[in-house]
Structures are given as structure tokens and as C-alpha cells.
Design a protein. Structure first.
Length: 151
């Protein structure tokens, strides 16, 4: 049974510019929408668009068949607003290529604020290694939908 009060979990939380966040969001009913190369690339375009608009600085990300893992430094917008903007734009892009009657994203997302002293490169490596751990590829080099500023 879905948690009808899940929106209340965000009450009292705030985000701050300059803080690093590890974000995870998943497709509606965990449908593997991003097995399709074009769909994955449209979502990647929207990740990069957030950076071009100075909403955040992307440090690492991977687009898996149903979740997205994204390490960002927040810039100009609160985290909730940035995620709503990303999800709305990526949904619109996907609807424009034929996913008209489908919900794209599950409501909400998971976030974890990182401390500056944490090993951020280790977190980035963990993110981009997700396709290997999921058994999609044997090496990260074989997977086309990831990026990290250090790797």
C-alpha cells in the first residue's frame, strides 16, 4: 500500500546552495523506460540542462533502466524545486517522443546531503558502478549512460 503521507516527510527539511547531494529518483512503477537508448539520452540532456541553467553542478550521474542516481552541488534553486523542474522537463521530452499516456516518474525522490569531508570521489565511483552491480555490464566502460567529473 502506498504511503499517502509521504509528502510530509519533507516538511521541516531545507536545502542549501553549495551543499552536495546524492539524489535518486525512479520511474513510475519502476518501468524500464531507459533501456531505450533515445529515452535515456533525452533524460541525460535534461540533467545537463540543469547545469547550463546554473541550478546545480553535476559531479556524477548514471541513468539506469528505471532509476537515476545523481551527485550534484546545488546552486540557485532549492532541491525540491530543482527536482520538480528536472522531472517536468524530462517528462515533457519523453512525451514528445511518444510516451504520451504514461506517467514517467514516481512521486518524490531520495536525497542524502554529503559533508565536504566525505570521500566524494568514492561516492561518484559508487554511482557510476551501479550498472556493473546490477549485472547490466561487466565493466563501466561498456555502459553508455553515465558521467563523472573525475573519471
Amino acid at each position: 500500500m502506498p504511503n499517502r503521507q509521504s509528502h510530509t516527510l519533507r516538511r521541516g527539511r531545507y536545502s542549501e546552495a553549495g551543499r552536495l547531494y546524492l539524489l535518486t529518483t525512479v520511474t513510475h512503477q519502476r518501468e524500464s523506460l531507459f533501456h531505450d537508448f533515445q529515452h535515456a539520452r533525452l533524460v541525460i540532456h535534461q540533467l545537463r540542462h540543469c547545469e547550463r541553467e546554473h541550478i546545480c553542478h553535476s559531479l556524477a550521474w548514471v541513468v539506469m533502466p528505471d532509476p537515476i542516481h545523481w551527485l550534484v552541488e546545488l546552486k540557485t534553486e532549492p532541491l525540491g524545486q530543482a527536482m520538480r523542474r528536472f522531472k517536468a522537463r524530462s517528462s515533457l521530452s519523453l512525451h514528445n517522443v511518444g510516451l504520451h499516456s504514461q506517467r514517467i516518474w514516481q512521486a518524490g525522490y531520495h536525497d542524502r546531503a554529503l559533508r565536504r569531508e566525505e570521500d566524494v570521489v568514492r561516492v561518484a565511483r559508487y554511482i557510476v558502478a551501479n550498472p556493473v552491480r546490477a549485472g547490466l555490464v561487466k565493466s563501466v566502460r561498456e555502459y553508455p549512460h553515465w558521467d563523472a567529473v573525475w573519471l
